[in-house]
Design a protein around this ligand. Structure first.
Ligand SMILES: [Mg+2]
Length: 386
């Protein structure tokens, strides 16, 4: 098996929304196609990968660093020497050649999109779903029939108040979700308290509502919000402070008795390890949200899971950020706690296959080749073109 070409493109992920930090109206993503010389049904077997919402497309790094390194490598350097199968872990290491450690950021998005395409290709070459490949290689061989998902939304929409927020949140229940997440930190604390109270009342139970500050708060504000949030008994309180301020998180964990969640802006196993070492995260109640599509791909994400397990965390405490089909495959194959979903926004990457609507707060996992992007029509339209 040889890689014959790797192509990439930037696609828009535009959404007229904002969180405490980012206006998403200019958001983009990278999509990547890795074509092999294996022909089936008169077409080359091709792997597809994509980046996740929240970070922008990284075409330049993909074109100038990741792709040339892979295309220069000897074909056999990408293969498992025992089985002769494509080994995405080896491909990932080749993409790292010439990269210094530390400072994980946009390059982790670039390498992540290519890594995802390598995994998609590896599963297709073996004639199996990516969830099954993950389960065989890193799990117990069993793929979950369905995965728990929650609806992430509740962004600040310019010009609309709590009524629009409540209507949005309750609409997710009508779409089959049982848990919802809303943004906080983009308004003063008292206004956010009113927004949360309105949503909890409409949804019926604070344990079905999570809140997300997107890393905006300093320590005093994080603690003040913690005090305000406690009586609601929320599902979790997400990214209170800067993602790399482990001391802030540790201080918050000492005083906030509810669940905390963070990790979507940590892009390496070293950052993830430091979170577990220094941020006071509690394995009995807190949640880890690292996103494979932003953090060098499934290869690095699986290292994060293994590292967390060796530090006393169960893998079902991982609920990846991102809301897409790649993370569904990881959750189903590895036995993670679930994955995020952004109903209606961040299309075409966001959401799952056309034939798998959310039901009872869960998404069915189908047995299709690879990630399954061919069965998500709005995403497939971009890949077919690429
Ligand atoms: Mg978040």
């Amino acid at each position: 098996m040889r890689i014959t070409s790797i192509r990439e493109r930037e696609i828009p992920l535009a959404a007229e929304i904002r969180n405490a930090y980012v206006d998403f109206s200019t958001m983009t993503a990278s999509i990547v196609a890795v074509e092999s010389d294996v022909i089936r049904d008169a077409r080359p077997v091709t792997g597809y990968g994509f980046s996740s919402p929240g970070r922008y497309a990284q075409g330049e790094i993909i074109r100038n660093r990741a792709i040339p390194r892979l295309m220069r490598a000897e074909a056999k350097a990408l293969l498992d020497p025992e089985t002769g199968d494509l080994d995405p872990v080896r491909a990932n290491a080749i993409m790292f050649e010439g990269e210094k450690p530390g400072g994980h950021g946009d390059r982790s998005v670039a390498i992540g999109a290519v890594d995802a395409a390598m995994w998609d290709l590896a599963a297709k070459l073996r004639g199996q779903s990516l969830a099954q490949l993950f389960a065989d290689r890193f799990g117990n061989g069993a793929v979950a029939d369905s995965v728990w998902v929650y609806a992430a939304g509740g962004y600040y929409q310019p010009g609309s108040g709590p009524d629009a927020l409540v209507a949005e949140m309750t609409s997710y229940l009508g779409q089959g979700f049982e848990h919802v997440k809303m943004k906080i930190g983009g308004a003063p604390l008292t206004e956010d308290a009113e927004r949360i109270a309105a949503v909890v009342e409409a949804v019926g139970d604070g344990a079905r509502v999570a809140v997300d500050a997107n890393g905006r708060f300093d320590l005093d504000t994080a603690l003040a919000y913690g005090e305000m949030l406690t009586p609601f008994g929320l599902l979790w309180y997400e990214e209170a402070g800067d993602p790399l301020d482990y001391a802030l998180n540790a201080e918050l964990a000492r005083t906030y008795s509810g669940s905390l969640a963070t990790g979507e802006n940590l892009f390496s196993v070293q950052d993830s390890r430091n979170l577990i070492r220094y941020a006071g995260m509690r394995p009995d109640r807190d949640w880890l949200q690292m996103d494979p599509a932003l953090s060098y791909g499934p290869t690095e994400f699986i290292r994060m899971v293994a590292d967390a397990e060796s530090n006393g965390w169960r893998r079902d405490r991982f609920i990846p950020h991102g809301g897409h089909q790649l993370n569904l495959a990881l959750a189903a194959g590895l036995g993670l706690g679930g994955t995020e979903c952004y109903p209606g926004v961040f299309q075409p990457v966001g959401g799952f296959l056309d034939s798998t609507p959310v039901n009872g707060g869960r998404v069915k996992v189908l047995d299709h080749p690879g990630i399954g992007v061919e069965e998500k029509s709005n995403l497939w339209a971009h890949f077919r073109d690429l």
